[in-house]
Design a binder for this molecule. Structure first.
Ligand SMILES: Nc1ncnc2c1ncn2[C@@H]1O[C@H](COP(=O)(O)OP(=O)(O)OP(=O)(O)O)[C@@H](O)[C@H]1O
Length: 246
């Protein structure tokens, strides 16, 4: 048990998660999945398609309670959880600004969000409705909504998937700048190694299903030092440490 007031890490200790197919056949998605993300760290959960990444996030978000094991979420200034999914899940009949404010606890509803909208390039889009947004802009609005709540932990499920690469790259930089201004413990699911190396302090490498942790790859370099040359060195050392991982 962590003493009150001490920053607690994200601790995951899932013994097993098994689904049943429509025919009743058991499908074990997670088995002995244990890892830790230090408080304030940005971590990625990297693993092959279908290994159990989204299942893990759903458990941590409390959306799936049928598993054996336990986890502990970080305790920060707030106990709020932020989430960004592949689908931006904005309310269609509310503006961008209303979507963000509705996610806030009542006491924060009138918070000054100018800097947050500015830093995500949304200053001129606050009164638009989701149907008026491209997928890239909708993802930005979803990021704004997640950060506005000042969560103690932020979960992201492939937030840049199905965007064209220049848009995805711009969003990764926006995410980094908004996260650097409001650092919070973050766990991002991805199967994009380059993206994980660019954004993370720690990569949690998963096995094929049923997922367990193959190992950690820590990137102890300031993000502004991750030049193309450094990135290709990181890619090489990752592949040496985890041959065939992704
Ligand atoms: N509701 C469900 N019922 C039955 N099986 C499921 C269910 N949800 C997930 N699975 C199975 O559990 C396994 C893990 O799925 P999950 O979506 O967590 O993988 P993933 O690593 O996120 O995959 P991807 O990278 O392709 O998104 C898969 O074999 C999937 O078919």
């Amino acid at each position: 048990m962590q003493p009150v007031g001490v920053a607690a890490p994200l601790r995951v200790d899932i013994a097993e998660k098994t689904f049943r197919s429509a025919e009743g056949v058991p499908v074990t998605a997670l088995h002995d999945l244990s890892f830790e993300v230090r408080q304030g760290e940005f971590a990625s959960l990297l693993g092959p398609s279908g290994c159990g990444k989204t299942t893990t996030l759903r458990i941590l978000l409390g959306l799936d309670t049928e598993f054996s094991g336990s986890f502990q979420l970080p305790q920060g200034g707030s106990n709020r959880i932020g989430a960004v999914f592949q689908e931006p899940t904005l309310l269609p009949w509310r503006t961008v600004e209303q979507n963000v404010r509705l996610a806030l606890p009542k006491a924060m509803r009138n918070a000054d969000l100018d800097r947050l909208f500015d830093s995500l390039g949304l200053a001129g889009m606050r009164s638009l409705f989701p149907s008026e947004l491209s997928l890239g802009l909708a993802r930005r609005a979803a990021l704004a909504r997640a950060f506005a709540t000042e969560p103690a932990v932020l979960f992201l499920d492939e937030p840049f998937v199905s965007l064209d690469e220049p848009t995805a790259e711009r969003l990764r930089h926006l995410l980094l700048s908004v996260w650097s201004a409001r650092p919070t413990t973050a766990l991002m699911v991805t199967h994009n190694l380059r993206e994980a190396l660019m954004l993370s302090d720690r990569i949690v490498v998963l096995s094929p299903r049923p997922a367990h942790v193959t190992g950690y790859f820590d990137v102890r370099l300031p993000r502004h030092n991750r030049s193309p040359q450094v990135m290709s060195d990181l890619l090489r050392s990752f592949h040496q440490k985890f041959p065939g991982a992704v």
